[in-house]
Design a protein around this ligand. Sequence first.
Ligand SMILES: Cc1cc2nc3c(=O)[nH]c(=O)nc-3n(C[C@H](O)[C@H](O)[C@H](O)COP(=O)(O)OP(=O)(O)OC[C@H]3O[C@@H](n4cnc5c(N)ncnc54)[C@H](O)[C@@H]3O)c2cc1C
Length: 392
Amino acid sequence: MLPNHFISADEQAELQLFTESLERFCDAEIEPHYRTWEKAGRVPRDLLRKMGENGYLCADVPDTYGGPGASVPFSFAVVEVLSRRGYGGFVGGLQVHNDIIPPYLLHCGTEAQRAHWLPRMASGEAIAAIGMTEPGAGSDLKAIRTTARRVSDSDGDHYVINGSKIFISNGQNCDLLVLAAKTDPAAGAKGVSLFLVDAATPGFTRGQNLEKIGQHAGDTSELFFNDMRVPLDALLGGVEGQGFVQMMRELPRERLIIGVQAVHGAKGALDATLKYVQERQAFGQPIGQFQNTRFTLAQCASDIAAAEAFLNASVAAYQQGQLTPEAVSALKLHTTELFSRVADACLQLFGGYGYMAEYPISRFWTDARVLRIYGGTSEIMKELVARGMLGR
Ligand SMILES: Cc1cc2nc3c(=O)[nH]c(=O)nc-3n(C[C@H](O)[C@H](O)[C@H](O)COP(=O)(O)OP(=O)(O)OC[C@H]3O[C@@H](n4cnc5c(N)ncnc54)[C@H](O)[C@@H]3O)c2cc1C
């Protein structure tokens, strides 16, 4: 980990201890079971409870809301450690829980909404997911068709939600879904609102756990809402039509954390490869002695170092409230494309063994691929960067 200049030396030392304790937790609680969880397509809910007990969940949520009350780098350190160890499938869902949903509650929620959900999320009692994407609306979020209609009847006032979502991380395990729906279908982006939906609500149904080409330990699902009644106070922030503004406000942290996942995933892929090329022999010498291997490793290390500097500058800008949508889009674009390139170059150095699921490098390679898609595709990132340059 490079020093973070926006936390004090004392905090840096605490961060080091935090990271070391998390490494020990991974050795004891994750590593022995990870392949079983990959086969099961999800991690056990109990894992999050154990992480909550140890302060690894929602690390920067203030203690007034039951969180550990640490600074942002502590929460990012969780993603760093797990990504570097090759637990990409778990990280995909965990970062939604730790880094994406808490800011929605903290910045946009009412006091009652924060008090209800954040302590349960920090303890791991409630697992959070976010539902934006629909079968007919991914990059083009304004096209979502899920509706939330406000009604008053003999049961009182509530919203009735109908529609579906797809590709939702933590879809099987979630207790809380931050759901994007249209409260005014005629108003375009201004008609979108976010709801805090308790997954136990009648009318909420989970589809199958989707089979993916990578990130096997993460559950990803379609979700269906059929005349699902939610109370009025499930509306995030209590004001209709704010959903798009809220999503645009919180997307930078989502893209930043994916950058963390990408850079540290690339470092993990390179670590695994460095070890392998010194052990594997061909033509009477370790393959690490071939110039091609040495140049490949050097190129990966140099590219990762540059990406990490970009990442650290972006984290610092975020901590100072200065990370722009264009800048974080450039970061996501750069780091996620880099992770795929590094994982691919490293896999090549494993030869046929790199194509075997038993070798963690294959997992880095498949896990890396989706980072260029979720949280906004590389093409959408380019659009956002260009918009910043051209003004539209
Ligand atoms: C494993 C996984 C986990 C996910 N987790 C979540 C989650 O938790 N919550 C959630 O809401 N969503 C989630 N997603 C959905 C993800 O964010 C979307 O898949 C992504 O935003 C792309 O949308 P799409 O799949 O509909 O592709 P489309 O929008 O249909 O895009 C198809 C292609 O067209 C390109 N394209 C689209 N528009 C443009 C344009 N204007 N200019 C140039 N090219 C364009 C895209 O870049 C892409 O190459 C997840 C997806 C996966 C695979």
